[in-house]
Design a protein around this ligand. Structure first.
Ligand code: FES
Length: 262
């Protein structure tokens, strides 16, 4: 017998799943389609194991490239062996994907669009009971604060990649291609997404009894709190810049597009 959820004692007994007449299903449907496409694209690129480097660009799914079988130019190229002979991306891509999967905003998004728990405000969910995030698989969401620190490290690497995207083939600087600008925009979007994270807000301002005794942390907390109000926006913007940045590297590395402007 259910003791929680819509059938819990004390809840109004309404037969209809919802009394809403607007298109409440549109947002979860769009979220479902976009996130599904992102997961499929990411998996495709992670296991592709080619077209991830073309001087001076490297795909973020393969950076840093830590296996000895990385293509020439993708740094640092080791210390790991020929990683399952599948793809060196397997060593790296799990970090940003875990960071996104456990993100507080994305939880809301996929709880609504995939779990239908609930699909929208004032719409009953199909589940009879709620076990929260105390069991597998959703218990892994508690890893988010650690994924945040790993994502910070990756952001530093991707920022370096964006700077290196302004190098010429001969090693001199001042190369400016569309890829340089895309990788830079992606690095900026990823920093804004990461620094607006709820775990970041807790890291800089949590566990303090008196802000007055920690003025620097108070300033940082104030700044992160402002960013945090836009976290959903940066979650979506960075999702698209990630795909765009990787897809551009794919096009250049596979010689689908050529020219000094790329
Ligand atoms: S809450 Fe979204 S990245 Fe941390």
């Amino acid at each position: 017998m259910a003791t929680t959820g819509v059938d819990a004692p004390g809840r109004a007994q309404i037969g209809a799943k919802t009394l809403r007449t607007d298109r409440w299903w549109l947002e979860p449907l769009i979220t479902f389609v976009v996130l599904t496409l992102f997961v499929v694209y990411s998996a495709w690129r992670v296991f592709m194991n080619k077209y991830y480097y073309s001087t001076p660009y490297v795909s973020l799914f393969y950076s840093p490239c830590l296996a000895v079988n990385c293509v020439e130019g993708a740094e640092p190229g080791g210390p790991f062996g020929e990683w399952w002979k599948l793809s060196p991306s397997l060593l790296i891509a799990w970090i940003p994907l875990t960071f996104r999967f456990t993100c507080y905003y994305y939880r809301k998004a996929y709880f609504r669009s995939f779990w239908l728990s609930p699909p929208a405000c004032a719409v009953a969910e199909p589940h009879g009971k709620y076990t929260g995030e105390r069991r597998f698989p959703l218990i892994v969401n508690n890893f988010h604060r650690y994924a945040f620190y790993l994502a910070l490290v990756l952001n530093v690497v991707l920022t370096i990649d964006a700077v290196m995207a302004f190098r010429n083939y001969d090693g001199t600087w001042a190369h400016v291609g569309v890829g340089s600008l895309i990788l830079t925009a992606n690095a900026v979007a990823l920093w804004l997404y990461t620094l607006s994270c709820h775990s970041c807000r807790n890291a800089v301002g949590g566990r303090i009894t008196h802000f007055s005794k920690h003025p620097v942390r108070y300033q940082m907390w104030t700044l992160v709190s402002k960013l945090n109000t836009q976290h959903m926006r940066w979650a979506w913007v960075s999702l698209f810049t990630v795909v765009l940045a990787d897809f551009w590297v794919l096009l250049v590395a596979s010689h689908t597009i050529t020219g000094s402007w790329v």
